[in-house]
Design a protein around this ligand. Structure first.
Ligand SMILES: [Zn+2]
Length: 471
């Protein structure tokens, strides 16, 4: 081969390389890569196996508990085994609260022991418990409407039923008294709070979840009643006789503890500093094993990374898997991530979080730059055969994506089918047998396709339109 021929050949090679880097070549690539991801993703139950491994080996992972530490160790080890790069733990200080025991009983007119659980963060009662008459309200507005005399010295019973919905949208309004009820009731002179469990199942276990005391307001104890037990209390209140309740909780706060966010990456081949963030929370409540909430999300984002790693080449941008500490009891991990990466918030090309259980993804929404929408619609077309609907450009992003949301980073919502999620949410019944292996396979496959598409695509979703202050 002459020098001229050699130089012609290398010029040709350069042209071919240049073309393969162009948008047109990548467009075809996206279809075939998505098809590969879908074929591989639906053919395996690896995501379900990950939830089983986490929930068996670490168990419940409540902030500050020994299970929390086991969860962090499991996540770090599993990320390394899956071949993620830059695997690290990042320290997070978390509150440490001990549930203790909960005893709730109707004393009159008809004595009855009730199935109950302390709300997360509740103070305990005196050792003998608190005895008082019950006043029932539907929600915070109804409490405000009562005269002080009707509330002072009483135990307030927030009795609002949660509706079963595919998008889980009745959780937001129903959960208000769980968070704000105790301080709202204390301001009116109440001595304790019980709520109907924020859940949809008929079963005889109660749903916990965080309550938040306001600064400067007396902290009164608070518990949730199982749904059938709330029905019993409601029925006794219908008798028009005074209903007296005993509430005894041994909950208490300990000094803050140490936990960690666990981070691992699929490093991008061309723009490694640009990040597609896949998030889930590693912690759980203490009562179950945190399978749907949020072992499923943990498995989904890990499995999505594993599927991408099975491809012959890396995406151009980095896919970062973030498993946060203590979402449930104060978003500690999300806050720590926002602080640790404050300078890099603008490098986030997309954030998406899986935290609505292990059901099938049925809806896709984005919050991106207008110019990126045609690309996102194209990604939706890839997801449509998996049963995913398009839901417009008003994504919220999930609790742990708060720092991204505040930085106007682009976001996506991949909504899991939550029809039965709130039967198990925050209960002792949240165990891996409640997750369908095929459903979570589909769920993780959808994440893999979206992550690949945005990490590899010729698309600039930044900056995203701001999220309205209240959803
Ligand atoms: Zn969760």
């Amino acid at each position: 081969m002459s020098a001229i021929e050699r130089s012609k050949k290398s010029t040709l090679l350069l042209i071919v390389l240049a073309l393969s880097g162009s948008g047109a070549a990548r467009a075809d690539d996206l279809d075939s890569v998505a098809a590969t991801l879908i074929e591989r993703g639906l053919a395996t139950h690896q995501a379900w196996e990950l939830v089983r491994s986490l929930t068996v080996e670490a168990g419940s992972r409540f902030a500050g508990s020994s299970g929390d530490a086991r969860g962090v160790a499991w996540a770090e080890r599993t990320m390394r085994e899956l071949g993620l790069e830059n695997v690290r733990t990042e320290p997070v200080t978390v509150p440490h609260w001990i549930r203790g025991e909960a005893e709730v009983a109707i004393l009159s007119p008809w004595a009855h022991d009730l199935v109950a659980v302390a709300l997360g963060g509740s103070v305990g009662t005196p050792e003998a418990g608190i005895e008082a008459e019950v006043v029932q309200v539907s929600d915070l507005d109804a409490l405000e409407a009562l005269p002080d005399a009707a509330v002072a010295g009483k135990i307030v019973f927030f009795n609002r039923r949660m509706e079963r919905r595919r998008d889980g949208s009745d959780y937001g309004p129903t959960v208000q008294p769980r968070g704000r009820g105790p301080s709202a009731a204390a301001k009116r002179g109440a001595v304790a709070v019980v709520i109907r469990s924020v859940g949809t199942g008929p079963h005889r276990f109660a749903h916990t979840g965080a309550t938040r005391y306001e600064d400067g307001v007396i902290k009164i104890p608070a518990a949730a009643l199982a749904v059938p037990d709330a029905d019993i209390l409601e029925a006794q209140l219908e008798s028009d006789r005074p209903v007296r309740l005993l509430l005894r909780l041994t909950a208490r706060r300990l000094p803050d503890a140490q936990s960690a966010n666990v981070v691992g990456e699929v490093v991008g081949s061309e723009r490694p500093e640009e990040i597609v963030l896949l998030a889930a929370h590693l912690d759980s409540w203490d009562v179950g094993t945190g399978a749907h909430d949020d072992g499923a999300g943990v498995a989904v984002v890990l499995q999505a990374a594993r599927l991408v790693l099975s491809l012959p080449r890396r995406p151009r941008r980095t896919i970062r898997v973030l498993l946060t500490a203590n979402e449930e009891f104060g978003l500690s991990g999300a806050t720590a991530y926002g602080e640790a990466y404050a300078e890099q918030m603008g490098d986030h090309v997309l954030g998406v979080e899986s935290d609505l259980g292990g059901g099938r993804v049925w809806r896709f929404a984005t919050r991106v730059n207008e110019g990126a929408l045609p690309f996102m619609r194209r990604v939706h077309a890839l997801l449509e055969p998996l049963g995913v609907e398009w839901h417009g450009d008003a994504a919220w992003g999930g609790a742990d994506l708060k720092p991204l949301r505040e930085a106007k980073a682009p976001l996506a919502d991949l909504s899991a089918d939550a029809t039965s999620y709130f039967d198990y949410h925050h209960t002792q019944d949240d165990t891996v047998d409640k997750i369908d292996p095929d459903d979570i396979a589909q769920h993780s496959t959808v994440y893999a396709v979206l992550a690949w598409a945005v990490a590899d695509g010729d698309v600039e979703p930044r900056p995203a339109p701001a999220v309205p202050a209240r959803r």
